[in-house]
Design a protein around this ligand. Structure first.
Ligand code: IMP
Length: 179
């Protein structure tokens, strides 16, 4: 049963708070097992990943550091395909086990660009954990090792995800109403 009421502008709740919490715990447990004994660098992609990053970190039991990057490829509800680095990492990722924490993979263009850039910095390993994945929207062949929820081709907001900077504070993931 959904415990969260939809907000104005939201067509329906797709993933409620409890569902998100449970799944993120599972992801954290898997990551903790896979990286046992290896210090991990979590790279959160701003701004969409903030809530996911916060919740995921709580469930990661291995020694980990965090850093952030900000990339831009979206305007409103469509990707421009033109990826720019707005904010870069503070630290180095050379020789480190790096896990990119993303909110959603849509066309894959942003992630493809980001992974190519991070590979040039010679991390020891480089993997991706994305809360959401829209596999039917892919324009480039890019996959995440850890995915919270594969979803259909709907524009979703909440739990960090926005539409023109709105809705990030919703505690659930909802499908945006179409005009
Ligand atoms: P991609 O380059 O098309 O894979 O887009 C990735 C970025 O676009 C994500 O990190 C989000 O910031 C944004 N994005 C893609 N789909 C959605 C959506 O349904 N809602 C909100 N943001 C989205």
């Amino acid at each position: 049963m959904l415990k969260t009421a939809p907000t104005r502008g939201i067509d329906r709740v797709l993933l409620d708070e409890e569902t998100l919490r449970q799944r993120i715990k599972e992801l954290g447990a898997r990551i903790s097992a896979d990286y046992a004994g290896k210090p991990l660098l979590l790279v959160g992609i701003l701004r969409g990943s903030i809530m996911f990053m916060g919740e995921l970190m709580k469930s990661i039991a291995v020694d980990c550091a965090i850093d952030f990057m900000s990339l831009s490829s979206y305007a409103g509800d469509s990707t421009t395909g033109n990826v720019r680095v707005l904010l870069d990492l503070r630290g180095s990722c050379e020789g480190r086990d790096v896990l990119v924490v993303e909110d959603i993979i849509d066309t894959g263009l942003t992630l493809d660009h980001l992974l190519a850039l991070l590979r040039t910095r010679q991390p020891r390993s480089l993997e991706v954990c994305s809360l959401l994945d829209k596999p039917s929207c892919r324009k480039v062949d890019v996959t995440a090792k850890y995915v919270g929820f594969p979803i259909a081709d709907d524009f979703v907001v909440g739990f960090g995800l926005d539409y023109n900077e709105r809705y990030r504070n919703l505690p659930y993931v909802g499908v945006l109403k179409r005009p």
